[in-house]
Design a protein around this ligand. Structure first.
Ligand code: GKR
Ligand code: MG
Length: 426
């Protein structure tokens, strides 16, 4: 089998006004949809980060990928990464010939696995060492947010439809009561059994109260996590960490850097997790030496693909780390890639993150992938088990061209709401 074409299509989809430590989500989130076509007439799907830079990388990768055998992924990786071939998976995102060869390869790799799965009649999980579980647990991902559903309605829910909508997508949640209501909605709608709250937004004492309020509302059996994205000082992290350690299954990136995290880890009982202080293979030795974390959030988009993620999980086992999974605003192709790789990781110790419930648009046939009882099912269907909806892709591409966004910039979006706003370090 040979690859005869690689197509990368930038898309934009409605995203509600969610708050993060970096500011505010724009009314549209951006992704890039990848299609790898074979000489046998099959097409494999991939999805990665959006906007100009990932698109440029994938366009540059096209001539390196066309003509290759999709089974020979090490060669494709070597081609995309240029001379650094064997070190490719150890590169940081900003090194190399492309802006991020590792991310570009990851997107192509997923599409190749989908293609191989379709050619062999096997689901991707079974190509990654074999599925360990039939369904993958995901966690509710709660955000402090302004009223509004995003998209054409932007912040403020200006349209009639958005004004009339009374659910977690439209409602404001800027205090502990709002978060508890959002948690209830997520649990009732999707059956999630674990909950993550994106922090680093309000005063840490208010965020701690939101965690305690969820614990009171949901009882002791729903694991809770808080992720301030590294904007707390070591002192704040220790103080808040100790205050709510009875309520948390883990505290994610309370402070920045491997040294800071190690210092916090020494002073709190609650396990620390990261998707920020350890983001490349070369970060691992120092992370181990310092004892910065107990749990790593994997992410195939960033760590070099699905196979790399399986290997990373093995490494986590070696160091006695738990394994969870990081997410960013994404569509169903990414969700299914996450589900397939998570199904093939025996030591997936925590439910995976996903932003998926915040998205209403989709590019796959049949619309949104169901999340039931907090799980995504990995079926026996070949590849990722999904097909592209070409009309939906064209619509979301049109939306990309119309919305005028070319990269994610939470700071600018926040400053539109509050001129002069700057990220706060607590
Ligand atoms: O969507 O605002 C967001 C999140 O903060 C995201 O950008 C992070 O990458 O989910 C992520 C995290 O766990 O840090
Ligand atoms: Mg995080």
């Amino acid at each position: 089998m040979r690859i005869v074409d690689l197509r990368a299509v930038p898309v934009a989809f409605a995203d509600p006004p969610l708050r993060s430590a970096f500011g505010l989500h724009a009314p549209y989130a951006l992704r890039t949809i990848v299609q790898v076509r074979s000489d046998e007439g099959l097409t494999g799907l991939g999805e990665t980060y959006g906007g100009e830079v990932p698109l440029r990388d994938l366009e540059a990768a096209r001539e390196l990928v066309v003509g290759q055998d999709p089974f020979r992924l090490t060669r494709i990786e070597a081609a995309i990464s240029g001379e650094e071939a064997l070190e490719a998976s150890q590169q940081r995102p900003w090194e190399g010939r492309l802006a991020s060869p590792r991310r570009a390869f990851a997107a192509v790799e997923v599409a190749c696995y989908d293609l191989i799965g379709k050619a062999t009649g096997r689901p991707v999980a079974d190509l990654l060492g074999g599925r360990f579980r039939e369904r993958v647990p995901f966690a509710a991902y709660l955000f402090f947010k302004h009223a509004g559903i995003g998209g054409a309605d932007g912040v403020g829910a200006s349209s009639r439809a958005a004004r009339e909508q009374d659910d977690y997508l439209a409602r404001e949640a800027l205090d502990p009561e709002g978060i508890v209501r959002q948690a209830r909605d997520f649990v009732n709608t999707f059956g999630f059994r674990s909950i993550k709250l994106k922090g680093g937004v309000l005063d840490p004492e208010i965020e701690a109260e939101a965690v305690r309020a969820m614990r009171r509302e949901l009882g002791p059996d729903v694991p809770l996590r808080l992720d301030p994205n590294g904007v707390w000082s070591i002192e704040t992290s220790v103080q808040i960490g100790r205050e709510i350690e009875d309520c948390l299954e883990y505290l994610e990136d309370p402070t920045e850097g491997r040294r800071g995290m190690a210092e916090v880890a020494r002073q709190v009982q609650v396990p620390l997790a990261t998707n920020m202080c350890t983001t490349a293979w070369t970060d691992i030795p120092e992370t181990v030496e310092l004892g910065s974390i107990s749990i790593l959030l994997t992410d195939h988009h960033l760590w070099g693909g699905l196979l790399a993620t399986v290997k990373l999980a093995q490494l986590c086992r070696t160091f006695g780390w738990g394994v969870s999974m990081h997410s960013n605003s994404h569509l169903g192709i990414s969700l299914m890639a996450m589900a397939h790789v998570a199904a093939a990781i025996p030591n997936l110790t925590y439910a995976c993150d996903t932003h998926y419930p915040w998205q209403v648009d989709e590019v796959i046939q049949g619309g949104k992938v169901p999340i039931r009882d907090g799980y995504v099912e990995v079926t026996e269907a070949p590849g990722l088990g999904i097909e592209l909806d070409e009309d939906a892709l064209a619509r979301l591409h049109e939306q990309y061209l119309r919305c005028g966004l070319t990269k994610r910039d939470d700071l600018i979006e926040m400053q539109k709401l509050e001129p002069g706003w700057q990220p706060v370090r607590w």
